[in-house]
Design a protein around this ligand. Sequence first.
Ligand SMILES: Cc1ncc(COP(=O)(O)O)c(C=O)c1O
Length: 448
Amino acid sequence: MINIEQNFINLHPQSLALSKKGKVLFPSGVTHDIRAFKPFPIYVEKADKGKKWDVDGNILIDYIGGHGSLLLGHNRFEITEAIQSALKLGTHFGSSHQNEIEWAEAVVDMVPCAETVRFTSSGTEATMMALRLSRAYTKRDAIVKLENHFHGWHDIVVGKNNNNIISSPGVPSGFYDSLTILPNGDIDALYERLNKKDVAALILEPTGAHWGAHPLDSEYLIKANEIAQQTGTMFILDEVITGFRMSPGGAQEIYGLQADLSTHAKILAGGLPGGCVTGKKEILELIETRDDKWNNQKKVSHQGTYNANPISAAAGKAALDLIKDGAEIIIADRLSKKLVKLLNQIFKKNKIMGRAWNVSSMWHLNLGYKINNLLDNIEDTRWHFDVEPQGVRNDLVLPLKWALINEGVDLFGTGGVLSSAHTDNDIEKTGVAFENAIIAMKKEGLVI
Ligand SMILES: Cc1ncc(COP(=O)(O)O)c(C=O)c1O
């Protein structure tokens, strides 16, 4: 066992104790795949603004941000106040209510493609509904997604390319006959597939797979949008992460895209459970309940006990009200750029094969791989598309995460998201943490 791991264990005795119980109760001891962690996950007691406190009293600068749902940071006053007010009135009416109207009005106001809205309880449900609507509207079955793009965990979107056989265990054979997975950013492959004119929908994460870890060029997005339009394919932007984060109108506003449908969750519901599919009225109206003939032949089925529940609606409405003028986004973006610049300075100073980059308030790391062109201009914090980022080298992933947690920094995967509640001081402390982590990793003989 390397020292970094031993330090991690020494710093987290209470987490270790809880993890022993978790291991008995949950597969891998956790409640979400991304929280599975060796030798055991940390257990968090409370959070505020850009920080979390674990059960051992360690303070962590938090780059997970509620899996990307907390653009405004933990415990934003206006949101917790809206939740508390709503709680006093009841948690579930099983009826329509005013907050769902105001929440949907905010979505229609902010999201360029939004004409009408259907709320769901999660991003997974939103993408599932967007694909079902697309199939019903186009009367086509085929779906195209891009390699590694994540759209939740329902059957069709978890199809993976395994030696060119698209599959996921647990999904009936033949289920993926209608799915094509194309390489990220390959416009010719996309044209060839969509031009067969049998594809119901193209769904993608607008900044690239895993919120930009495999970046997509905006030129690709614009062309993909055009090809989808020309071929009668529904263009679905999965803005579960980018929505209300990159701009009040999300990636579609930034890149000038014309989506038929877009899917949202996370920030949409102010950090509470909630999602939506929004877009063209003529597509969403397929969910309408009409006469028997329509209901039996045309209606797209959609229910959901917690759709637009009063508490999520109150939190979501409060969050969108705070985000709509764009000022909070500017703060988070500035901090993200500042962090990336600082990390790149540290990599350069320590002669590390590393590069950080950001898209808006989302940042990623390339570590342990030689990159030729990137450290020349430290001011430029974008990814450049002449080389494909490789991420963090496998043997470095765990030591980096341990070392950073030991230094008080919690990454989201191998990067992170910023909020408007992070501070300049958080960024500076993260820089110190990274430098110490690198020194610790080098001491262990790891080559970076
Ligand atoms: C782009 C994207 N789509 C869909 C989802 C699924 O959302 P949820 O976890 O709310 O089901 C996620 C979740 O991280 C996501 O990042």
